[in-house]
Design a protein around this ligand. Structure first.
Ligand code: A3P
Length: 299
C-alpha cells in the first residue's frame, strides 16, 4: 500500500464536484459503496468480480487523503494509514477514483475500516448515502488465517497459542491482539450503527462466498441496486486452487484465480485452543446474529 503510491507525490486536490475527463470517457466519482471489512474475510473475492470498476486501497486511494490531525496538507511520504480518512477525502480521493460510465459504479475496499473507531463518522461525513459491505467469516478461522499471513512474512513471531491468551490455563483471551479483536464483530458493528442504518450495511458470508460465489454475489448486486450480471456461468471450481475462480477475467478474458496469498494452507492449531476460542467468540457471534438478523452458523 505505502510503496505503491507514496502520499507525497499526489497531484493537487481538485475542487469538489465531478471531474469529467478530457480524453477518456467517464466521470470520477466518490465510491457508491465501500467494502469496509473484514481482513481475511474474503474481501478480495468480492472485488475481483466484474460488477464494478474498483479502486481498492492498494491503488493508493486513501494514501492521498492522509491529512494529519493538525490539518497539514503535506503528509509525510509513506505515512498513509487509511484510518486517517478526513473530510479532504471528498476532494482528494475523487481525483484518484477510476473513471466510470453512468452504467458503472465505483467501489472502494479498505478492510481495516470495520475495526477503525473513526471510520463510521468520517465516511458518514463524506457521504451519508454510502453503502457499506462487510465480508464476515468464522472469527476463529479468520484469526488463524490472519496469523498464517503474518507468519508467512515474519517467521519469527510467537506461536498462535502464545499470542491468543493472556492466561491460557484461566482461558483468558488477549483481546488486544488484532487477530482476535477483529473477529469481535458485534462490538465493531455498534460504532457503525451509530451512523448508518442496518439497511445500508450488507453482510457477505465469507463461507458462502466459497461454496456459492454466484449466489452470494447475487445478493451483493441486489444490495447495490444493479442488475444481476454475475451468475453461476462466470465461475468454475479450480481443483488445484481449491476455490472458485473466474472463467474469464475482465482484463485478459482468460480464466483467473485469486493469487497465492488467498487460500493459503493454515497453520495447524491445537484443537483445544480452537475450542477455547469458539467459547470465547460464542457470545459475540450470537449478539452479531441477533443484531443483523442473520445466522452465519459458525457454531
Ligand atoms: P485464506 O487464505 O485463509 O483461505 P481477504 O481477501 O479479505 O484477505 O480474504 C482472504 C480469504 O478469502 C482467503 O482466506 C479465502 O479463504 C477467501 N476466499 C473466498 N473466496 C475465495 C476465492 N475465490 N479464492 C481464494 N480465496 C477466497
Amino acid at each position: 500500500l505505502q510503496q505503491s503510491r507514496p502520499c507525497g507525490r499526489q497531484p493537487p486536490a481538485p475542487p469538489a464536484g465531478s471531474i469529467p475527463g478530457p480524453a477518456r470517457p467517464g466521470t470520477k466519482r466518490l465510491p457508491r459503496a465501500i467494502v469496509v471489512g473484514v481482513k481475511k474475510g474474503g474481501t478480495r473475492a468480492v472485488l475481483e468480480s466484474p460488477i464494478a470498476r474498483v479502486l481498492h486501497s492498494a491503488a493508493g486511494g486513501i494514501c492521498a487523503c492522509f491529512v494529519p490531525p493538525g490539518g497539514d496538507m503535506s503528509p509525510p511520504p509513506g505515512a498513509c494509514p487509511s484510518s486517517f480518512l478526513s473530510i479532504t477525502f471528498c476532494f482528494t480521493c475523487r481525483s484518484l477514483m477510476p473513471r466510470t460510465l453512468d452504467s458503472q459504479i465505483t467501489v472502494e475496499k479498505t478492510p481495516s475500516y470495520f475495526v477503525t473507531k473513526e471510520a463510521p463518522r468520517r465516511i458518514f461525513n463524506m457521504s451519508r448515502d454510502t453503502k457499506l459491505i462487510v465480508v464476515v467469516r468464522n472469527p476463529v478461522t479468520r484469526a488463524i488465517s490472519d496469523y498464517t499471513q503474518t507468519l508467512s512474512k515474519k517467521p519469527d513471531i510467537p506461536t498462535f497459542e502464545g499470542l491468543t491468551f493472556r492466561n491460557r490455563s484461566l482461558g483468558l483471551v488477549d483481546t488486544s491482539w488484532n487477530a482476535i479483536r477483529i473477529g469481535m464483530y458485534a462490538v465493531h458493528l455498534e460504532s457503525w450503527l451509530q451512523y448508518f442504518p442496518l439497511s445500508q450495511i450488507h453482510f457477505v458470508s465469507g463461507e458462502k462466498l466459497i461454496t456459492d460465489p454466484a449466489g452470494e454475489m447475487g445478493k451483493v448486486q441486489d444490495f447495490l441496486g444493479i442488475k444481476r450480471v454475475i451468475t453461476d456461468k462466470h465461475f468454475y471450481f479450480n481443483k488445484t486452487k481449491g476455490f472458485p475462480c473466474l472463467k474469464k477475467s475482465e482484463s485478459s478474458g482468460l480464466p483467473r484465480c485469486l493469487g497465492k496469498s488467498k487460500g493459503r494452507t493454515h497453520v495447524q492449531i491445537d484443537p483445544e485452543v480452537i475450542e477455547q476460542l469458539r467459547d470465547f467468540y460464542r457470545p459475540y457471534n450470537i449478539k452479531f446474529y441477533e443484531t443483523v438478523g442473520q445466522d452465519f452458523r459458525w457454531e
